[in-house]
Design a protein around this ligand. Structure first.
Ligand code: BTN
Length: 267
């Protein structure tokens, strides 16, 4: 598999909002942790961190992200928007749109399961982890981490994830050929830069509207697990902050900020 070449990727991203600096690491704990450290040291907006291997890839809610060597995409991008810390969650939406559009250029239709799962054929192909770097409640930077299963084998998924591997999928299984990681990465980072600029120009309503076209959750019966307690309801959509509105009993709603969502009608 072709290794990442920082110079090739950086030059393909010339003129885009993302990729002014591209740093490739052979192995890191987590690209998000590396990017957060670089952000603390003052790295500029648009800095990209890529790794061939993550030894401690992080998922949401303290989970691990399976990150085997050389086969997938593990990347984190530093943004420095002038917005409130609360609005940082919108970066998950920006990345999700860029991901589904990138997959579309590989001829694959993907949907978004709130808050951060990208699904193909009802299985998870990618996840997004946005982390805010704040100083005294001021948002200094957002680190947007994205992991995409590109070429990982079914056997490796099964060995690492056990029964959960059945709800994961890799792009090569869908397109039935090896996926060029560099090409996928460049396409994704270009789209991400364009979507970010759209957010700066048109605001969050435009992003939420676009996101809504790929939303798999609204209108569905879901089980929402938040901090150890579970509640079932009908998803009514997301509010202007990107929080899920859940109707628990007819006429009674609650706002869900961060949770694990399961569809009730299929596993
Ligand atoms: C999730 O679905 O739970 C989010 C997964 C995010 C994984 C990516 S891989 C690159 C970046 N570095 C990390 O440690 N996590 C994110």
């Amino acid at each position: 598999m072709r290794p990442f070449d920082a110079a090739v990727i950086q030059s393909a991203l010339r003129g885009y909002a993302v990729g002014k600096e591209v740093k490739v690491f052979d192995a890191v704990g987590s690209t998000n942790q590396t990017a957060l450290e670089l952000a603390r040291q003052g790295a500029p907006e648009g800095t990209v961190v890529l790794a061939n291997l993550q030894l401690a890839g992080q998922g949401r809610r303290g989970k691990r992200w399976f990150s085997p060597r050389d086969v997938n995409l593990y990347c984190s991008v530093i943004f420095r928007p002038q917005i409130s810390a609360e609005s940082a969650t919108l970066f998950t939406f920006i990345a999700s749109i860029a991901l589904v559009e990138t997959l579309e250029s590989w001829g694959v239709w993907a949907g978004i399961k709130w808050p951060n799962d990208i699904l193909v054929q009802k299985k998870k192909i990618a996840g997004v982890l946005a982390e805010a770097l704040t100083v005294e409640e001021h948002l200094e930077a957002v680190v947007l981490g994205v992991g995409v299963n590109l070429n990982v084998s079914r056997a490796a998924l099964a060995a690492a994830l056990g029964p959960e591997a059945q709800s994961a999928i890799a792009l090569h299984e869908v397109v039935r050929t090896e996926v060029d990681r560099t090409e996928f990465t460049i396409t994704f980072l270009r789209r991400l830069g364009e979507e970010y600029e759209r957010f700066l120009r048109e605001g969050k309503a435009a992003i939420l509207k676009e996101w809504g076209d790929r939303d798999l959750v609204t209108g569905r019966r879901v089980l929402v697990k938040e901090d150890g307690h579970a509640v079932e309801g009908t998803a009514l959509g997301v509010d202007s902050s990107g929080y899920l509105i859940l109707e628990t009993v007819p006429g009674q709603t609650q706002r869900v900020i961060s949770a694990e969502v399961r569809f009730v009608d299929h596993p």
